[in-house]
Design a protein around this ligand. Structure first.
Ligand SMILES: Cc1cc2nc3c(=O)[nH]c(=O)nc-3n(C[C@H](O)[C@H](O)[C@H](O)COP(=O)(O)OP(=O)(O)OC[C@H]3O[C@@H](n4cnc5c(N)ncnc54)[C@H](O)[C@@H]3O)c2cc1C
Length: 313
Protein backbone atom coordinates (compact mmCIF):
# COMPACT_ATOMS: atom_id res chain seq x y z
CA UNK A 1 0.00 0.00 0.00
CA UNK A 2 1.27 3.47 -0.93
CA UNK A 3 2.02 6.08 1.70
CA UNK A 4 -1.11 8.20 1.50
CA UNK A 5 -0.24 10.92 4.00
CA UNK A 6 -0.87 14.59 3.19
CA UNK A 7 -0.29 18.06 4.58
CA UNK A 8 -3.64 19.35 5.85
CA UNK A 9 -4.64 23.02 5.55
CA UNK A 10 -7.78 24.64 6.95
CA UNK A 11 -8.06 28.07 5.27
CA UNK A 12 -10.38 30.69 6.76
CA UNK A 13 -11.49 32.27 3.48
CA UNK A 14 -11.97 31.49 -0.22
CA UNK A 15 -8.94 33.68 -1.04
CA UNK A 16 -6.74 31.77 1.41
CA UNK A 17 -7.95 28.45 -0.05
CA UNK A 18 -7.07 29.61 -3.58
CA UNK A 19 -3.65 30.85 -2.46
CA UNK A 20 -2.95 27.56 -0.69
CA UNK A 21 -3.99 25.66 -3.81
CA UNK A 22 -1.72 27.80 -5.99
CA UNK A 23 1.21 27.20 -3.64
CA UNK A 24 0.65 23.42 -3.90
CA UNK A 25 -0.25 23.50 -7.59
CA UNK A 26 1.11 20.09 -8.53
CA UNK A 27 -0.59 17.96 -5.92
CA UNK A 28 -3.54 19.19 -3.92
CA UNK A 29 -7.22 18.41 -3.44
CA UNK A 30 -9.98 20.42 -1.84
CA UNK A 31 -11.82 18.43 0.78
CA UNK A 32 -15.36 19.27 1.92
CA UNK A 33 -17.23 16.39 3.61
CA UNK A 34 -14.58 13.95 2.41
CA UNK A 35 -17.18 11.22 1.80
CA UNK A 36 -16.08 10.71 -1.80
CA UNK A 37 -12.48 11.90 -1.68
CA UNK A 38 -11.42 9.77 1.29
CA UNK A 39 -12.78 6.60 -0.34
CA UNK A 40 -10.67 7.35 -3.42
CA UNK A 41 -7.63 7.93 -1.23
CA UNK A 42 -8.16 4.59 0.50
CA UNK A 43 -8.49 2.94 -2.91
CA UNK A 44 -5.27 4.69 -4.01
CA UNK A 45 -7.03 6.58 -6.76
CA UNK A 46 -6.12 9.93 -5.17
CA UNK A 47 -2.68 10.62 -3.77
CA UNK A 48 -2.67 14.43 -3.48
CA UNK A 49 0.08 15.54 -1.13
CA UNK A 50 -1.92 18.48 0.21
CA UNK A 51 -5.54 18.52 1.36
CA UNK A 52 -7.33 21.88 1.65
CA UNK A 53 -10.29 21.61 4.02
CA UNK A 54 -13.10 24.03 3.11
CA UNK A 55 -15.18 23.56 6.25
CA UNK A 56 -13.91 26.65 8.13
CA UNK A 57 -14.80 29.20 5.42
CA UNK A 58 -17.43 31.49 7.00
CA UNK A 59 -20.87 31.30 5.39
CA UNK A 60 -19.82 28.47 3.05
CA UNK A 61 -22.68 26.25 4.22
CA UNK A 62 -25.51 28.80 4.14
CA UNK A 63 -28.80 28.26 2.34
CA UNK A 64 -30.65 31.54 1.72
CA UNK A 65 -33.10 33.30 -0.57
CA UNK A 66 -31.59 36.33 -2.30
CA UNK A 67 -33.72 38.47 -4.63
CA UNK A 68 -36.05 35.53 -5.14
CA UNK A 69 -33.25 33.08 -6.00
CA UNK A 70 -32.33 30.08 -3.85
CA UNK A 71 -28.63 30.38 -2.96
CA UNK A 72 -26.98 27.19 -1.73
CA UNK A 73 -23.45 27.55 -0.34
CA UNK A 74 -21.09 24.87 -1.69
CA UNK A 75 -20.44 23.75 1.88
CA UNK A 76 -24.14 23.17 2.71
CA UNK A 77 -24.56 19.57 3.77
CA UNK A 78 -27.05 17.29 2.08
CA UNK A 79 -28.74 16.94 5.47
CA UNK A 80 -29.16 20.73 5.76
CA UNK A 81 -30.51 20.91 2.21
CA UNK A 82 -33.05 18.16 2.87
CA UNK A 83 -34.13 19.76 6.18
CA UNK A 84 -34.38 23.36 4.95
CA UNK A 85 -37.97 24.63 5.24
CA UNK A 86 -37.45 26.89 2.22
CA UNK A 87 -36.20 24.00 0.12
CA UNK A 88 -38.94 21.62 1.25
CA UNK A 89 -41.68 24.19 0.59
CA UNK A 90 -40.49 25.75 -2.65
CA UNK A 91 -38.00 23.31 -4.22
CA UNK A 92 -39.16 19.90 -2.92
CA UNK A 93 -37.33 18.01 -5.68
CA UNK A 94 -34.02 19.14 -4.15
CA UNK A 95 -34.98 17.74 -0.74
CA UNK A 96 -36.09 14.46 -2.37
CA UNK A 97 -32.85 14.21 -4.35
CA UNK A 98 -30.69 14.97 -1.28
CA UNK A 99 -32.55 12.37 0.79
CA UNK A 100 -31.96 9.74 -1.89
CA UNK A 101 -28.19 10.04 -1.44
CA UNK A 102 -26.13 7.61 0.67
CA UNK A 103 -27.24 7.33 4.34
CA UNK A 104 -28.17 9.74 7.18
CA UNK A 105 -24.63 9.67 8.62
CA UNK A 106 -23.01 10.38 5.25
CA UNK A 107 -25.51 13.19 4.52
CA UNK A 108 -24.42 14.94 7.74
CA UNK A 109 -20.96 15.47 6.22
CA UNK A 110 -21.47 15.25 2.45
CA UNK A 111 -21.80 18.68 0.82
CA UNK A 112 -23.53 20.09 -2.22
CA UNK A 113 -20.20 21.25 -3.76
CA UNK A 114 -18.74 17.77 -3.29
CA UNK A 115 -21.82 16.19 -4.84
CA UNK A 116 -21.43 18.35 -7.95
CA UNK A 117 -17.88 17.03 -8.31
CA UNK A 118 -18.35 13.45 -7.15
CA UNK A 119 -16.07 11.16 -9.18
CA UNK A 120 -17.64 9.09 -11.99
CA UNK A 121 -18.13 5.43 -11.09
CA UNK A 122 -17.50 2.09 -12.81
CA UNK A 123 -17.37 -1.52 -11.62
CA UNK A 124 -13.78 -1.74 -12.86
CA UNK A 125 -12.59 1.49 -11.22
CA UNK A 126 -14.27 1.62 -7.78
CA UNK A 127 -12.15 -1.14 -6.30
CA UNK A 128 -9.08 -1.46 -4.12
CA UNK A 129 -5.69 -0.98 -5.77
CA UNK A 130 -5.04 -4.71 -5.24
CA UNK A 131 -8.26 -5.68 -7.11
CA UNK A 132 -7.56 -3.29 -9.98
CA UNK A 133 -3.98 -4.45 -10.39
CA UNK A 134 -5.08 -8.11 -10.36
CA UNK A 135 -7.59 -7.60 -13.18
CA UNK A 136 -5.38 -5.18 -15.13
CA UNK A 137 -5.64 -1.41 -14.77
CA UNK A 138 -8.41 0.33 -16.72
CA UNK A 139 -8.10 3.60 -18.69
CA UNK A 140 -9.28 5.69 -15.72
CA UNK A 141 -6.42 4.54 -13.49
CA UNK A 142 -3.48 4.43 -15.84
CA UNK A 143 -4.23 1.34 -17.98
CA UNK A 144 -4.46 1.48 -21.76
CA UNK A 145 -7.98 0.26 -22.44
CA UNK A 146 -11.50 0.40 -21.00
CA UNK A 147 -12.27 -2.97 -19.41
CA UNK A 148 -16.03 -2.42 -19.73
CA UNK A 149 -15.93 -1.99 -23.52
CA UNK A 150 -12.51 -3.24 -24.61
CA UNK A 151 -11.98 0.12 -26.37
CA UNK A 152 -8.79 2.16 -26.18
CA UNK A 153 -10.25 5.61 -26.80
CA UNK A 154 -12.95 6.34 -24.24
CA UNK A 155 -13.54 5.72 -20.57
CA UNK A 156 -17.22 4.93 -19.92
CA UNK A 157 -17.26 5.63 -16.17
CA UNK A 158 -20.71 6.88 -15.20
CA UNK A 159 -21.75 10.28 -13.87
CA UNK A 160 -23.68 9.43 -10.70
CA UNK A 161 -24.61 12.59 -8.79
CA UNK A 162 -28.28 12.48 -7.76
CA UNK A 163 -28.52 16.16 -6.90
CA UNK A 164 -27.22 17.45 -10.22
CA UNK A 165 -30.18 16.25 -12.38
CA UNK A 166 -32.62 17.88 -9.93
CA UNK A 167 -30.63 21.15 -9.95
CA UNK A 168 -30.25 21.17 -13.74
CA UNK A 169 -33.95 20.73 -14.38
CA UNK A 170 -34.57 23.78 -12.14
CA UNK A 171 -32.15 25.85 -14.24
CA UNK A 172 -29.38 26.09 -11.61
CA UNK A 173 -26.14 28.00 -12.16
CA UNK A 174 -22.81 27.18 -10.52
CA UNK A 175 -20.55 29.94 -9.16
CA UNK A 176 -16.83 29.41 -8.75
CA UNK A 177 -13.73 31.36 -7.86
CA UNK A 178 -10.29 30.89 -9.39
CA UNK A 179 -7.36 32.52 -11.18
CA UNK A 180 -9.78 34.40 -13.47
CA UNK A 181 -11.85 35.75 -10.55
CA UNK A 182 -15.46 34.88 -9.84
CA UNK A 183 -17.29 33.07 -12.64
CA UNK A 184 -20.72 31.58 -13.21
CA UNK A 185 -22.10 29.07 -15.71
CA UNK A 186 -25.25 26.97 -16.20
CA UNK A 187 -24.68 23.82 -14.16
CA UNK A 188 -24.89 21.48 -17.17
CA UNK A 189 -21.90 23.29 -18.73
CA UNK A 190 -19.68 22.21 -15.84
CA UNK A 191 -19.52 18.70 -17.29
CA UNK A 192 -17.41 17.53 -20.23
CA UNK A 193 -19.30 14.32 -21.01
CA UNK A 194 -15.97 12.42 -20.87
CA UNK A 195 -15.31 9.61 -18.40
CA UNK A 196 -11.63 10.35 -17.77
CA UNK A 197 -12.08 13.99 -16.79
CA UNK A 198 -15.76 14.60 -16.30
CA UNK A 199 -15.62 18.21 -15.03
CA UNK A 200 -14.50 21.35 -16.86
CA UNK A 201 -13.65 23.46 -13.78
CA UNK A 202 -10.39 25.42 -14.35
CA UNK A 203 -7.41 24.04 -12.38
CA UNK A 204 -7.47 25.22 -8.76
CA UNK A 205 -10.99 26.71 -9.03
CA UNK A 206 -13.28 26.45 -6.07
CA UNK A 207 -17.07 26.11 -6.25
CA UNK A 208 -18.57 28.74 -3.96
CA UNK A 209 -22.32 28.34 -4.44
CA UNK A 210 -25.19 27.16 -6.61
CA UNK A 211 -28.11 29.42 -7.46
CA UNK A 212 -31.56 28.29 -8.48
CA UNK A 213 -33.77 30.92 -10.15
CA UNK A 214 -37.28 31.57 -8.93
CA UNK A 215 -39.30 29.74 -11.56
CA UNK A 216 -43.00 30.42 -12.10
CA UNK A 217 -45.26 27.44 -11.54
CA UNK A 218 -43.27 24.27 -12.28
CA UNK A 219 -44.13 20.68 -11.55
CA UNK A 220 -41.16 18.42 -10.81
CA UNK A 221 -40.55 14.68 -10.70
CA UNK A 222 -37.58 12.59 -9.47
CA UNK A 223 -36.84 8.85 -9.50
CA UNK A 224 -33.73 6.79 -8.72
CA UNK A 225 -33.08 3.18 -9.73
CA UNK A 226 -30.95 1.13 -7.35
CA UNK A 227 -31.04 -2.27 -5.66
CA UNK A 228 -31.65 -1.00 -2.09
CA UNK A 229 -33.29 2.22 -0.88
CA UNK A 230 -30.31 3.22 1.22
CA UNK A 231 -26.57 3.53 0.56
CA UNK A 232 -26.62 2.25 -3.02
CA UNK A 233 -25.35 4.50 -5.76
CA UNK A 234 -27.69 5.16 -8.64
CA UNK A 235 -28.08 2.96 -11.70
CA UNK A 236 -30.32 5.61 -13.25
CA UNK A 237 -31.64 8.90 -11.85
CA UNK A 238 -34.17 10.93 -13.81
CA UNK A 239 -35.41 14.38 -12.83
CA UNK A 240 -37.77 16.56 -14.81
CA UNK A 241 -39.51 19.90 -14.54
CA UNK A 242 -42.60 20.92 -16.49
CA UNK A 243 -44.15 24.39 -16.70
CA UNK A 244 -47.85 23.91 -17.46
CA UNK A 245 -48.21 27.59 -18.45
CA UNK A 246 -45.67 27.44 -21.28
CA UNK A 247 -45.51 23.69 -21.89
CA UNK A 248 -41.72 23.80 -21.35
CA UNK A 249 -40.13 20.53 -20.25
CA UNK A 250 -36.56 19.97 -19.01
CA UNK A 251 -35.23 16.46 -18.35
CA UNK A 252 -31.88 15.67 -16.71
CA UNK A 253 -30.49 12.18 -16.15
CA UNK A 254 -27.53 10.71 -14.28
CA UNK A 255 -26.39 7.09 -14.04
CA UNK A 256 -26.78 6.85 -17.80
CA UNK A 257 -23.71 8.36 -19.43
CA UNK A 258 -20.31 9.90 -18.67
CA UNK A 259 -22.01 13.23 -17.92
CA UNK A 260 -25.54 14.39 -17.22
CA UNK A 261 -27.92 13.80 -20.14
CA UNK A 262 -30.09 16.90 -20.62
CA UNK A 263 -33.04 17.53 -22.95
CA UNK A 264 -35.46 20.46 -23.25
CA UNK A 265 -38.57 20.78 -25.38
CA UNK A 266 -41.74 22.83 -25.75
CA UNK A 267 -43.36 20.29 -28.05
CA UNK A 268 -44.51 16.94 -26.71
CA UNK A 269 -46.95 16.17 -29.51
CA UNK A 270 -44.82 13.09 -30.28
CA UNK A 271 -43.98 12.08 -26.71
CA UNK A 272 -43.01 8.50 -27.63
CA UNK A 273 -40.59 9.86 -30.22
CA UNK A 274 -39.11 12.17 -27.56
CA UNK A 275 -38.73 9.27 -25.12
CA UNK A 276 -36.96 7.20 -27.79
CA UNK A 277 -34.55 10.06 -28.58
CA UNK A 278 -33.67 10.52 -24.90
CA UNK A 279 -33.11 6.77 -24.33
CA UNK A 280 -30.96 6.53 -27.47
CA UNK A 281 -28.72 9.36 -26.27
CA UNK A 282 -27.84 7.49 -23.01
CA UNK A 283 -24.51 5.79 -23.76
CA UNK A 284 -24.77 2.95 -21.26
CA UNK A 285 -22.35 0.02 -21.06
CA UNK A 286 -22.07 -2.96 -18.71
CA UNK A 287 -20.35 -1.25 -15.79
CA UNK A 288 -22.89 -0.77 -12.99
CA UNK A 289 -24.94 -3.21 -10.89
CA UNK A 290 -27.94 -3.57 -13.25
CA UNK A 291 -27.47 -4.76 -16.86
CA UNK A 292 -27.23 -2.14 -19.59
CA UNK A 293 -30.38 -3.36 -21.41
CA UNK A 294 -32.50 -3.07 -18.26
CA UNK A 295 -31.17 0.40 -17.39
CA UNK A 296 -31.80 1.56 -20.97
CA UNK A 297 -35.37 0.26 -20.86
CA UNK A 298 -35.92 2.00 -17.52
CA UNK A 299 -35.10 5.41 -19.08
CA UNK A 300 -38.32 5.04 -21.09
CA UNK A 301 -40.27 3.68 -18.12
CA UNK A 302 -39.22 6.56 -15.84
CA UNK A 303 -39.68 9.25 -18.47
CA UNK A 304 -43.14 8.02 -19.49
CA UNK A 305 -44.20 7.82 -15.85
CA UNK A 306 -42.78 11.27 -15.06
CA UNK A 307 -44.47 12.92 -18.06
CA UNK A 308 -47.80 11.40 -17.07
CA UNK A 309 -47.53 12.34 -13.39
CA UNK A 310 -46.71 16.01 -14.07
CA UNK A 311 -49.51 16.20 -16.62
CA UNK A 312 -47.21 16.87 -19.59
CA UNK A 313 -48.94 14.20 -21.74
C1 LIG B 1 -21.51 4.67 0.92
C2 LIG B 1 -21.64 5.86 0.03
C3 LIG B 1 -22.81 6.05 -0.68
C4 LIG B 1 -22.95 7.17 -1.51
N1 LIG B 1 -24.10 7.30 -2.20
C5 LIG B 1 -24.25 8.35 -3.05
C6 LIG B 1 -25.46 8.50 -3.79
O1 LIG B 1 -26.40 7.73 -3.65
N2 LIG B 1 -25.55 9.56 -4.65
C7 LIG B 1 -24.54 10.49 -4.81
O2 LIG B 1 -24.71 11.42 -5.59
N3 LIG B 1 -23.38 10.35 -4.12
C8 LIG B 1 -23.21 9.33 -3.25
N4 LIG B 1 -22.05 9.18 -2.54
C9 LIG B 1 -20.91 10.05 -2.85
C10 LIG B 1 -20.70 11.26 -1.89
O3 LIG B 1 -20.99 10.92 -0.58
C11 LIG B 1 -21.59 12.44 -2.26
O4 LIG B 1 -21.54 12.70 -3.63
C12 LIG B 1 -21.20 13.70 -1.49
O5 LIG B 1 -22.14 14.72 -1.74
C13 LIG B 1 -19.81 14.23 -1.79
O6 LIG B 1 -19.65 15.42 -1.02
P1 LIG B 1 -18.39 15.65 -0.07
O7 LIG B 1 -18.56 16.99 0.56
O8 LIG B 1 -18.20 14.52 0.88
O9 LIG B 1 -17.25 15.67 -1.17
P2 LIG B 1 -15.69 15.40 -0.96
O10 LIG B 1 -15.44 13.95 -0.85
O11 LIG B 1 -15.11 16.28 0.09
O12 LIG B 1 -15.17 15.95 -2.37
C14 LIG B 1 -15.56 15.34 -3.58
C15 LIG B 1 -14.78 16.03 -4.72
O13 LIG B 1 -15.19 17.38 -4.86
C16 LIG B 1 -14.08 18.28 -4.64
N5 LIG B 1 -14.67 19.41 -3.94
C17 LIG B 1 -15.49 19.37 -2.84
N6 LIG B 1 -15.99 20.59 -2.59
C18 LIG B 1 -15.45 21.43 -3.51
C19 LIG B 1 -15.61 22.83 -3.78
N7 LIG B 1 -16.41 23.62 -3.06
N8 LIG B 1 -14.92 23.37 -4.83
C20 LIG B 1 -14.10 22.59 -5.58
N9 LIG B 1 -13.92 21.26 -5.37
C21 LIG B 1 -14.61 20.69 -4.36
C22 LIG B 1 -13.04 17.48 -3.91
O14 LIG B 1 -11.73 17.93 -4.18
C23 LIG B 1 -13.28 16.09 -4.48
O15 LIG B 1 -12.64 15.98 -5.74
C24 LIG B 1 -21.88 8.11 -1.64
C25 LIG B 1 -20.71 7.92 -0.91
C26 LIG B 1 -20.58 6.82 -0.08
C27 LIG B 1 -19.31 6.65 0.70
Amino acid sequence: MKNNSATYFIPASVEEALTTARANGKSFAYIAGGTDLMVHRQQENNDAECLIDLSAIPGFGKITIEEGRLVIGAGATLEALANSETVRNHYPILATAALSIASPVIRKNATVGGNLLVENRCTFFDQSAYWREAIGLCLKCGGDYCIATGGKKACYSVFISDLVPALICLGAAVHFAGEAGAQVMPLEELYTGAGLKSVSLPPGALITRVEVPAGGEVRTWFRKLRPRKSLDFTNLTLALSFAPGTGHLKVAISGADMGPVVFETDDLSNSEGFIKTVAKRCRMVENLFYPRAYRKQMVGVFLRQGLEEVGAV
